[in-house]
Design a protein around this ligand. Structure first.
Ligand code: NAD
Length: 348
């Protein structure tokens, strides 16, 4: 029996990636929708075979508790709404899959974790990269030290964000600019690959003066993470330049490049090493799978088999704490120390 999902928010991500992604799922199915736009919702419901009585508004959202077909609520709303809808969803007795960034503050992240714990429900953050096969291959190469010890990582995630008066440019709704939206991929993927937590961050921020897109949220953030083993990650994110969604891992005897590494589709790995003194470059391929399908099926499996998700709420909280340190470092113009944390690997 597939696990039934309710999708909350019918914006770009839900319509263009998540709902089509269910076609590639083996364990999950869409059974309910929540939206503030009844006309759009009834069209989408017809398209995906969702019953009219399983369509809810934000006001009737809590009634999901009386719908046994819904086991997981997938929250795909502006960032500032993640905490409220997670807490209400957990109170309605449902497991929660929440889009990234988890929330706009560590305080909200803690409330979300507590609410799900109290309700005895699972909380997973939708870190799709960690369910994607090529990125998982990089993980294996790094963790198995295939090319020796990793010394350095560089990661970049940029896009020229269109100014269309959307929530991403408003601080109260988005929490920040490029950093929580796309810079988070550099941070989260680096932590995922290394299995270590940074102990120090230093950062600088720049926003083009007079550009209305950056009146409330930042444009560019460059940040460096220092890890206990000595590894340094140089990361950069921005809302004002053409798409770049790539990272490269440098190890003693080789490097692994993912370009693009953070896109939805068409990811490409190049790895180089010199086993007999001559450089060999390889480009392994895997079937292009919907990362959203893989991620949703993981959540479904956790529900059916009563397992902790691979990217639980604690992952989102840790990223939020590091992002807060990144902002502090840029504000104070000095490195910021982070508390030593090692527990996150216990989830892996
Ligand atoms: P979007 O603007 O396209 O959709 C947001 C939806 O929320 C819309 O349907 C809108 O009507 C609804 N909404 C409800 N209340 C709102 C309010 N007060 N203000 C604005 N919109 C409101 O956004 P999106 O790109 O679909 O992003 C939604 C979430 O998904 C965000 O948290 C974002 O970070 C995340 N996201 C994740 C990925 C990924 O790759 N995992 C990609 C894109 C977006």
């Amino acid at each position: 029996q597939r696990v039934g999902f309710a999708l909350v928010g019918l914006g770009h991500l839900t319509l263009e990636e998540i709902l089509p992604g269910f076609a590639h799922c083996k364990k999950s199915k869409p059974v309910a929708l929540v939206s503030g736009d009844p006309d759009k919702m009834s069209k989408v419901a017809r398209q995906y075979g969702i019953k009219p009585e399983n369509c809810y508004s934000y006001e009737t959202y809590d009634k999901l508790k009386d719908n046994p077909e819904v086991e997981v609520i997938y929250i795909v709303l502006p960032n500032s709404m993640h905490a409220e809808y997670t807490v209400r969803g957990a109170k309605a007795g449902k497991h929660i899959l929440c889009e990234k960034p988890m929330a706009n503050s560590a305080k909200e992240c803690r409330q979300m974790i507590e609410a799900c714990e109290k309700a005895g429900k699972k909380l997973m953050i939708a870190y799709r990269i960690q369910y994607e096969p090529l990125n998982r291959q990089v993980f294996e190469l790094v963790r198995n030290k295939t090319y020796g010890k990793v010394k350095w990582i560089e990661a970049v995630n940029t896009q020229n964000q269109v100014h269309d008066d959307q929530w991403r440019h408003k601080k109260t709704l988005a929490g920040g600019g490029a950093l929580p939206d796309i810079g988070l991929y550099c941070l989260n993927t680096t932590r995922y690959l290394l299995g270590e937590e940074p102990t120090e961050v230093s950062a600088s921020i720049y926003s083009t003066p007079g550009d209305a897109r950056f009146a409330e949220v930042e444009e560019n953030v460059s940040f460096t993470l220092r890890f206990p083993s000595g590894i340094i990650a140089n990361c950069a994110t921005g809302y004002g330049t053409y798409n770049a969604k790539r990272y490269r891992v440098y190890a003693e005897a080789g490097w692994i490049d993912m370009d693009p590494g953070f896109a939805y589709h068409g990811l490409k790995m190049t790895r180089a090493h010199a086993p007999n003194g001559h450089e060999v470059k390889e480009q392994p391929t895997v079937p292009d799978k919907s990362q959203f399908a893989l991620e949703m099926d993981h959540m479904a499996e956790c529900v059916r088999e009563n397992k902790t998700p691979y990217t639980p709420g604690e992952e989102g909280l840790q990223d939020q704490l590091i992002m807060e340190a990144i902002y502090k470092s840029a504000r104070d113009n000095r490195p910021v120390k982070l508390p030593a944390v090692s527990k996150l690997d216990a989830f892996r």
